[in-house]
Write a protein that binds this ligand. Structure first.
Ligand code: CA
Length: 321
């Protein structure tokens, strides 16, 4: 083997070793020849030294010239609102939520029944839980959308939406009761009863109520009296009566009692200086000195409208106007 051949073999060995090392460390792809140089760069145009470690990256080229200025954009629309910050936005959102809740309540109210018959039908039809309806006044009043905490489970309400507050028709319940009993109420819900002065105050203090009284006389005649205003004061006022605006065919026998307070046989608040009207006429009423009507008087003898016109039945009822 001549010197030149030995030299070429050494070059070949060196090239193989070089290629192996470069494939481990270089990228992009790299090619080698055994003719003129040990190793040459691939087709990425990147010149690499043929000996030693890889050189560091060159400096970046100069920045190109700036492009031409763009065309001016179209003019936008002017702002249509006055909301300038997040606080105003939150306030607006809160107002909208409040209005939405009001609307929601009103829609719910419109869906309420207007009397206890409709109430029961609604329960049956929709299989709604009674608790959903018992907390609201069962009668809708389109126009003012009022309702109250009166319900068909606690009160007797007829098909026209009247809440019965007193009912007598056979004398089976004793109406000669003391102050506390009249304040609390007594009787049989589906029979004869007195709703109670505290409840009357509670109901009538939540709106404008009218009063209707249906009367059956022992003579056989049937009469009624209606009053456009009816309210009962609280216990501190001794359940003071306010009633006015009579209409009907029975003669007005209630207006004379307006402004007077309640009297029972154990609580003389009447205007009679020598008598307790309740004790004397066996009843309990908003006596003056003593009465023009006595609807809680003893059955058959003092159950009157007016005095000595004996009744066989009475029904007092109220309704929100
Ligand atoms: Ca008296």
């Amino acid at each position: 083997m001549g010197d030149s051949q030995a030299f070429n073999i050494i070059l070949l060995i060196l090239c193989v070793a070089c290629t192996h090392a470069q494939k481990q460390t270089l990228s992009p792809p790299y090619t080698c020849t055994t003719t003129t140089t040990l190793c040459q760069p691939g087709d990425d145009g990147y010149t690499r030294p043929n000996t030693g470690a890889q050189a560091s990256q060159g400096r970046p080229g100069k920045r190109g010239a700036a492009g031409e200025k763009g065309k001016r954009g179209e003019k936008g629309n002017s702002c249509q609102c006055d909301i300038a910050d997040e606080e105003a936005m939150r306030s607006l959102r809160k107002t909208m939520n409040t209005e939405f809740e009001k609307l929601h309540d009103q829609l719910n109210l419109i869906a309420l029944p207007s009397n206890c018959g409709e109430y029961q039908m609604l329960l049956n039809k929709n299989d709604r839980r009674s608790e959903e309806l018992t907390k609201v006044y069962p009668f809708k009043h389109i126009g003012n959308l009022k309702y109250d905490l009166v319900n068909c489970n606690l009160y007797q309400v007829d098909s026209d939406g009247w809440i019965i507050i007193q009912k007598r028709y056979n004398g089976s319940v004793d109406f000669y009761r003391d102050w506390e009993t009249y304040a609390r109420g007594f009787g049989v819900r589906d029979g004869e009863f007195w709703l109670g002065l505290r409840t009357l105050h509670q109901i009538t203090s939540h709106g404008n109520f009218q009063l209707r009284i249906d009367l059956n006389f022992q003579s056989g005649s049937v009469k009624y009296a209606e009053y456009s205003t009816f309210a009962v004061g609280n216990e501190n006022s001794k359940f003071k009566l306010t009633v006015s605006g009579y209409s009907g065919d029975s003669d007005d026998r209630m207006t004379q009692h307006s402004g007077h307070v309640f009297t029972t046989f154990d609580m003389d608040n009447d205007k009679h200086t020598t008598l307790n009207c309740a004790a004397h006429f066996h009843g309990a009423w908003w006596y003056n000195a003593c009465f023009h009507s006595n609807l809680n008087g003893r059955y058959n003898t003092d159950f009157d409208w007016p005095h000595l016109t004996h009744l066989s039945s009475s029904e007092m009822k109220i309704r929100l106007i």
